[in-house]
Ligand binder design. Sequence first.
Ligand SMILES: *Cc1c(COP(=O)(O)O)cnc(C)c1O
Length: 525
Amino acid sequence: MIARFGLESKAQSGIFEKSNTNMQGTNREQLEDQVGQNLTLDPQDWTQMRQLGHQMIDDVMDYLENIGQQPVWKPIPDEVKHFLATDIPQEPQDIDSIYQEFKQYIFPYTKGNIHPRFFAWVQGTGTPLSVLADMLAATMNPNVTIGEHASLYVDQQVVNWCKQMLKYPAEASGILLSGGSMANITALTVARNHQASVRQEGLFNVGSQMTLYCSAETHSCIQKAVEILGLGAEAVRKISVNAQYEINTLELIECIEADLAAGHRPFCVVGTAGTVNTGAIDPLEELWQICQRYQLWFHVDGAYGALAKLDPQYAPALQAIEKADSVAFDLHKWLYIPYEVGCTLIKNAEVHRNAFAITPNYLLQEKRGLAGGLESINNYGFELSRGFKALKIWMSLKEHGLAKYAAMIRQNNLQAAYLGQMVENAPELELLAPVSLSIVCYRYIHPELSEAELNALNREILIQLQERGIASPSSTLLQGRYAIRVCIVNQRTKKADLELLVQATLQIGAEQVALFLAPKTLSVT
Ligand SMILES: *Cc1c(COP(=O)(O)O)cnc(C)c1O
């Protein structure tokens, strides 16, 4: 029926002549035979598939329930790397043996960010229910952009919940994206297009350099976004930070003034709500006022810290997010949702839409039928195909309720404060930055070691913490000093995990100091 309908309409338009031979040169009987094979990728043996599924769920839940007893991380043996470099399979393989391979070669060598003692970068843990939610989303497998189907309403509802979490205006628009980087570039696209009409003629006619302001501690994705937006890395004015790693607002004002005097075109200030290095929060209220004064777009990169607005301790410092023209934040960090999902909220929905809306013939919207329903999400971002990432958020928020998430975020912040206290109480340890949000930067110190030796010592301590599978902090350099950097966006971390981290640091540190000092002692004797 469908094929015939298609043929007729094409014939009517005069593009194709009817004929007995199709484009592959087969005649009608051959074609019927071939089509009659009815190839499919669905299993022949549904019972086996079902049993395998049950087995996987049992294994996964056992694993998650006991994750704390696993090493946080282990090195990948060469044998595994060779196995994972073999050529594309041509022949089918039994699904049970594929699962065995997964268990042997892939599963044990996880990054570890679901483990209670994973503290590296800013990486969330996920939850058991969201594992199941992802399975349900994959089962429905909708393309969540256009059309009249429930997942679009779930997506919309979750975006509205995102606004409510941040107390952002209900009239704002928003879009779920793969993460903070995409969320930031989406917002900065809107900011650029709002401040200069570039959609038709590009940057060609802007006539002067458009400049963006952020601190030297701003995430690298902001510069990348500015480069991709065609403004060039030189358009990014990296303002210095104070001792708390927050943007120096006096220098910011001077820089804007100087750019105006030079005939440039300042268009946007990016404030960071929780820097990756130290968790610093820029003075957002002050930044907002500066933006008001100079008519600049105020964007907040809250990829890590925006959700700390739910913690009463940090709510005041983050309150100006409510006034920002746009805010980007991640749900795979501090909402503990599995990868990938971030969100951009834009205060002025019309300006947001004006930056992206375009409607080709094959995406026409209808009032009724499958192509009816909500406005296409593609009018608010670049991605056309989108997965059903909203479902895991929807189910998770229902499972626990927002108050529990607020308590979890608060707990992570308190855990960082507690770790900071343990560091300050240990004479062998030193804090390298004020503890802010859930990030603690510390190092092992020893009076007989130089700064260069301390850097080498702490690098070794960090690697041993990881290689022995004890804990996984990451590192950063703060004013040239190598820091062991702990970031807790982890719903599984317990107080004892932090105590173990401190003990292990002290123990490995002492072992290593003995090794560092040994050659010196030798050379003296
Ligand atoms: C993580 C992070 C980003 C990047 O977000 P992704 O989800 O990794 O793309 C940007 N800015 C800050 C402050 C971040 O912490």
